[in-house]
Design a protein around this ligand. Structure first.
Ligand code: SIN
Length: 303
């Protein structure tokens, strides 16, 4: 029988498949569709210190092989997430979670990390320094090695849980950012977030998205993700959670060969709410087809 388990910083995952933050709510919303305990983990909706309504609509633009979003980190704020959303999710999901946090200042990242550190359900803190849809936060930390390192250092200092930094692909050299956060104590890297994109409505002759630009995700970005994960695997010695247009068990195998220890599925959840379930169920047969007995043995195998 094929072993599809993997691990992240000592946390054992039954399989590498994790819904990506922002594409799976707080997880319990999907419990009506299937038993979400089959998932390797869940990276829940990105959380900030205060509640956020998000960006004006339209926030979504459909594209060939993907979509652009400009949600703007809509979420109910860390107090409500910790006090209401996570206790509710605990009724449905029994495994360690990935807490995705965002901020507009080092103090905000610190506060969110401190709150998540108190939650037993949280196994890993995933620090988003790569949201392209807000000003003065997110990507402004993620595009500068010193700023990225300062976030990693700040969060690392207030939690004993593994800290994974979520990187943006909207940089010239992603390995520089990866090395900078590793040097300040990051336990792992999540990558890649969305690519900055735009659509224009031919009737109005204006951008479709109210915020003009947004983050492009979906199958079209898979080769970019694969290439960047391959590069970062060679640059650092910490695990990578790979993501970017993954929609099949074959994609999971490919991105693990590039260097990912686990894999997040994002945009595909918006197309097919059963995407993660379908991928998990298909994985053993796909492994068998390619002569893989133990999936974790192939991590970085393409190097
Ligand atoms: C958003 O809320 O705008 C998307 C989050 C992200 O891309 O990091």
């Amino acid at each position: 029988m094929v072993d599809i388990s993997t691990s992240l910083s000592g946390i054992k995952l039954d399989n590498p498949v994790i819904p990506a933050s922002g594409t799976f709510g707080f997880g319990y919303e999907f419990a009506d569709y299937y038993d979400i305990n089959i998932l390797g983990s869940i990276s829940f909706k990105g959380t900030t210190a205060e509640p956020r309504f998000g960006n004006p609509t339209p926030r979504i633009a459909e594209c060939t092989e993907g979509l652009i979003n400009s949600v703007g980190l809509q979420n109910p704020g860390v107090e409500k997430v910790v006090g209401e959303e996570l206790p509710h999710l605990a009724k449905f999901y029994k495994k360690p979670l990935i807490a995705n946090i965002s901020g507009f200042s080092l103090d905000e990242y610190k506060l969110c990390a401190e709150k998540m550190n108190e939650v037993d359900q949280v196994g890993i803190i995933e620090v988003n320094i790569s949201c392209p849809n807000v000003h003065g936060g997110g990507i402004s930390f993620g595009t500068n090695p010193e700023a990225a390192a300062s976030v990693a250092k700040t969060v690392r200092s207030v939690t004993n849980k593994p800290v994974y930094i979520k990187l943006t692909p909207n940089v010239t050299d992603i390995t520089e950012i990866a090395r900078a956060v590793e040097a300040e104590g990051a336990d792992g890297i999540s990558m890649i977030n969305t690519l900055l994109g735009m659509r224009i409505n031919l009737r109005t002759k204006k951008p479709v998205i109210a915020n003009k630009m947004g983050g492009f995700s979906g199958p079209a970005i898979f080769p970019v993700a694969c290439r960047m994960i391959y590069q970062v695997y060679e640059a650092v010695n910490i695990p990578i959670i790979g993501m970017g247009g993954v929609r099949s068990a074959e994609d999971v195998v490919e991105i693990m060969l590039a260097g990912a220890s686990a894999v997040q599925v994002g945009a595909e959840n918006l197309v097919n709410p059963y995407a993660c379930k379908d991928i998990i169920e298909a994985l053993p047969a796909v492994c068998e087809k390619y002569g893989i007995n133990k999936l974790s043995d192939i991590i970085g195998g393409a190097h």
